[in-house]
Design a protein around this ligand. Sequence first.
Ligand code: ZN
Length: 227
Amino acid sequence: MQKRYIPIAIFFVVLLMLLAHFSGRALAVPASFTYADADKKIYLTFDDGPSDSVTTPVLDTLKKENVKATFFIVSDRAKGREDIIKRAQREGHTLGVHSASHDYTKIYSSEEALIKDIDACAAFIKKTAGVTPTVYRFPGGSFAHKQLRETVMLHGYRIVDWNAVCGDEEIKNASKDTLIETALDSAKGKKQVVMLFHDSAPHRTTAQALGEIIRAFKEQGYAFCAY
Ligand SMILES: [Zn+2]
């Protein structure tokens, strides 16, 4: 090699070494990372909580599996359980409005009654966790209350329904295996899954099935999202 090319050669060798070093860094992934197909997303959503018997083990499982979820709160049931709400917020989950009373006859008696119910729940979340909720789930789903959708949106909320269920409300006394099977069946073929769970007190089986449900969707390459 001619002498004048030596500095240029050194420059390229150093450049290649630097590139190798930094690309190696960029490729290093944390242990908790799950390789996911960006097209496939799942939102885990929990209605009707919090409860001591279900929300707490649900939060433990979400932490262990390192995934985030969305909790649609019933604020009348959250009184005395502020620590659970604070924990959910601290651990990176989203807190949404479900209802203050969850009393259908009351909240669906008029538009004003619905807004009053939403505001009471939102105020509780703000006071307890310090966050202003932006997502709302209609008790019973918005499917049955289409005429109220606009009112809620104009009030500043994004309405979140669901397109998959684990069956914890629909199937009476469903076993853990039934919940796992139902969750996977109802999400089949869907690239964006919004899965409905319930974390109110009677749903202990939901908490027991959750870990396996999460691992099954991880295996299928889903990315876990919260609102
Ligand atoms: Zn509900």
